[in-house]
Design a protein around this ligand. Structure first.
Ligand SMILES: NC(=O)c1ccc[n+]([C@@H]2O[C@H](COP(=O)([O-])OP(=O)(O)OC[C@H]3O[C@@H](n4cnc5c(N)ncnc54)[C@H](OP(=O)(O)O)[C@@H]3O)[C@@H](O)[C@H]2O)c1
Length: 420
């Protein structure tokens, strides 16, 4: 049996996990590994001839069948992948940023050269989600996804909840433990989750979602007081990547903190675990959860993709047709101000008679019903701490309500997930 020949570009956390996992896979041979700094100590012993700091020794090597791109970022990964495709290689990648920003261009190029790009590891790390959607769920009309797609932010929110600690304190602890990067922006501002939901919703809805139409808000403004109040009211706060599409192809895709009912599955996804809840017909509702990152979980997805190619390699001219990405039609983006949500609003108001009635009237004038309104004691500075949960209403109206609450301080507004 001819072995499938691989070149791996990038030998960090994921690349190393892939190499170690492939030691038990006899159908595949790693021919060459490219890194940035060839002198860096490595976790595994490699024959010196296997390492290079010139990725073109892989990309231009005619004996290599598959290029596994594991360096991340747009440049130079995009150029490496493009040249590799033009040189006849199939691609396996874990690069969510590149796919979210240039997926359409890259998939078109792969199609032109009759090659495939597989990327299971790019979305939710070790959780199998892309291949299931493309294959066994292919007969479904998927209309909704709600997902926890970033382990760092889920870790921070879980610790804030369990320890009653502030965002800043938990972030520092997460950085000390290696769960958050020194510059955490990509995670805590929701970029990473936005990249993932862009590609995931494109695949699930079979229509292209553009990254620039994905609304994004991170977790940096979530306060420990909001965590405590959410708990009292029967909720947890999670960074949710959410996507819905209606029958007219209007797609509402976004990433932001949400109150989720303690009765929901997502409320129980803690620390670095990820989860994807999918609603569709005829399947109904399913939730897949598991490790969204890490050396071996991510390697599991990368190696699965490599073996999917290996299983068909040399047997057909047009490989893995179900895994290809032909989504050229574009969804109509729904602007965040036109979306409908329930809202949690935390307000500090002057302790005057009728203040609750005043808040109720401002909402009622805009046809916004309140599902609860809660006042907790009066502070020494004679202000009242009021928490409101609204019924479903248009976001634009909530912004108008906030503008009218002139004598009050609005501490936070967090959208509330619907449907358990
Ligand atoms: N880590 C995870 O748990 C995880 C989960 C899901 C997806 N991903 C994705 O997987 C990819 C890799 O992540 P990672 O965590 O393994 O990254 P990493 O640990 O930072 O490793 C990156 C590797 O790429 C090499 N590299 C960087 N620029 C290069 C260049 N221009 N040419 C050749 N090699 C270059 C580095 O070389 P040196 O070793 O010499 O510095 C290093 O080996 C990213 O797209 C990431 O988003 C990661």
């Amino acid at each position: 049996m001819d072995k499938l020949k691989l070149g791996i570009i990038g030998f960090g956390t994921v690349g190393t996990g892939v190499y170690k996992t492939l030691q038990n896979v006899k159908e595949v041979e790693v021919v060459k590994i490219a890194v940035k700094n060839i002198n860096k100590p490595r976790q595994v012993d490699l024959p010196t001839s296997m390492l290079t700091d010139n990725p073109y020794e892989i990309i231009n090597n005619p004996s290599i069948d598959v290029v596994v791109e594991l360096i991340g970022g747009v440049n130079p990964a995009k150029e490496y992948i493009e040249t590799a495709i033009k040189n006849g290689k199939h691609i396996v990648t874990a690069n969510k940023e590149l796919l979210a920003k240039f997926g359409e261009e890259l998939f078109n190029l792969a199609e032109e050269y009759n090659r495939v790009i597989l990327y299971e590891a790019a979305i939710a790390g070790g959780i199998p989600i892309i291949m299931p959607i493309k294959t066994i769920l292919a007969g479904n009309k998927i209309t909704k996804i709600q997902a926890i797609l970033n382990g760092t932010t889920n870790y921070i929110l879980t610790k804030m909840d369990s320890d009653g600690a502030s965002y800043e304190d938990v972030l520092k602890e997460a950085q000390d433990l290696g769960y958050a990067e020194t510059d955490p922006t990509g995670d805590v501002e929701g970029f990473d989750a936005a990249y993932k939901i862009t590609t995931l919703s494109t695949i699930a809805f079979k229509t292209r979602i553009k990254l620039e139409n994905v609304y994004r808000e991170g977790i940096t403004k979530v306060r420990k007081e909001d965590m405590a109040k959410a708990n009292e009211l029967g909720y947890k706060i999670k960074l949710i990547a959410s996507a819905t599409i209606d029958e007219n192809n209007n797609a509402d895709v976004r990433v932001h903190p949400m109150l989720v009912s303690k009765n929901s599955m997502l409320a129980h996804i803690d620390y670095v675990t990820n989860a994807v809840a999918i609603s569709g017909h005829p399947i109904g509702n399913i939730v897949l959860s598991g490790p969204g990152a890490g050396e071996f979980p991510t390697a599991s997805s990368v190696v699965g993709d490599i073996l999917a190619i290996q299983a068909e390699f040399g047997k057909t001219d047009y490989m893995l047709p179900m895994m290809r990405c032909h989504h050229h039609s574009k969804a109509n983006p729904v602007k965040i101000e036109d979306t409908f949500n329930k809202y949690y609003i935390s307000i500090t108001a002057p302790n005057a008679i009728g203040v609750i009635a005043m808040i109720g009237t401002i909402c009622a004038n805009k046809n916004i019903s309140l599902s609860s309104i809660l006042q907790k004691g009066v502070s020494e500075d004679n202000t009242a701490d009021i928490t409101v949960i609204t019924e479903r209403c248009r976001e634009k109206l909530i912004r108008e309500v906030v503008a009218e609450l002139k004598d009050c301080t609005v501490n936070s507004i967090i959208r509330v997930a619907e449907g358990g």
